[in-house]
Design a protein around this ligand. Sequence first.
Ligand code: PLP
Length: 380
Amino acid sequence: MSYDIAEKLALLGGPKAKRTPFPTGKRHGELEKRYLNEVIDSDMLFFYMGTKVRALEKRFAEMYGMKHCIACSSGTSAVHMAVAALQLPFGGEVITSAITDMGSLTGMLYQGLVPIFADVDPDTLNMTPASVRRRITAKTRAILVVHHAGLAADMDGFLALGRETGLPILEDCAQAYCCRYRGKLAGTMGAINSFSLNHFKHISCGSGGMILTNDDRLRYHASLFLDKCYQRDEGIRNPFFLAPNYQMTELQGAVALAQLEKVENVVAARNRLGVQLDALLTQVPGVTPQKTPEGCRHGYFLYVFKLDLPELGCTTQEFSEALNAEGIPNRAHLITGGRPVYLYDIFQKRSAGPRSPSRTTPTGAATARWPRRPSIAGSR
Ligand SMILES: Cc1ncc(COP(=O)(O)O)c(C=O)c1O
C-alpha cells in the first residue's frame, strides 16, 4: 500500500482526504433489546436474584478460561475490588503505570494504599518491568499492570518479577479486551484482573466492570467487597470489613451479556484496521505509530502515534487541526488529559482526603468543607 501526498491540505482549502461517511458505529441493537425486555418481564433488577449478571459472569469466565468472574458497577470499582481482595495493609505501596486512567488509582487511595508510578516504554507506552523494579521498596505490596490502549504490557517480565519478589501481579484490562500476549489473553495472567464496560470501551453497558480470578479466596473477598460485606450465600448480614455497594444491576447485565457476543468481532475489526494503518503510517516521515511487540495482538482501543515535530515543522495542535480538517476526528494529547496521572492535582497537591492540606478546584476556588463549625444555639 502507498499514500498520496499530492493534494493540498484541507486546512489550506484543499479537498478533504476523507470524503465518504464513517459507518454509524451503532453498537446496541436487537440482542440488547431482547435481553433488556427479558429483565423487565422478569420484574427482577437485582443481580443476586436475577439471571443476566450471573450469565454474563459465567460467559466471560468461560471465554477467558478462568474460574471466576464477578461483574460490578464500573472499571473503577473492578480495580477497587481487586485491590481490596488482596487485603493489603494500610500505607502499602502499589506500583502502576504513569499513563492510565484515574480509575486505576481511586480504589488504592480508598484502601489507604499509595500508588507509585512507573515509567512507560516510549515506543509501546506500557509500563516496564525495569522501571517497576527500580521503584520496589520495603513498603511495596503489589504491582498493577495496565495494558495501555489495547496493547499488552510485558507480562513475562512482570510475572518473573512477581515470582522473584513474591509481590502479587494484577492486570488492569479496562482498555484491553481480547488482547493477546504470547498465546495468552490479557486478563488471565495476573492474580486478579479487572475490565471496564464504560461508554468508551470496546463493549459497553453504560457503566460496568468485571474481574477475573482463579483464586477462590480472592473471589470470595471480592464478592463480599462488592456487596457491603453481606454474606448472602451464607445468609449472614454482619459485615466484618468495610465494603461499598458496587453491584451491577440486571439492566446493565443484560446489555453487557449482549455486548459480550460481539466483543471478538469488534476487536478483530479494530485489529485489522489498526494493523493496516500502522503499515501506512510507518511510511510517513515524522509519524511513529505505537509499537506492537512480537507475539502481541493489539486491540486498538485507542489509535495512538507519536509526532516528530521538528521533522513535521508544526505543533501537535496544528497537526491535530489539520487532521480534523481532513475529516479524521482526533485529539492531541488525548491520553489522560494531556498529562501523566501523577501530575494531577490530587497527587501534586496531596488533596485526596477531606483533611488534605490543599483542596482547591482547578480554577482556584476553595472547595467547601462542612461543617465549618456547629452553630447550634448554646454550643461552644
Ligand atoms: C486503564 C483504565 N482503568 C480503569 C478505568 C476505569 O473504568 P470506568 O470508567 O469504567 O470506571 C479506565 C477507564 O477509562 C481505564 O482506562
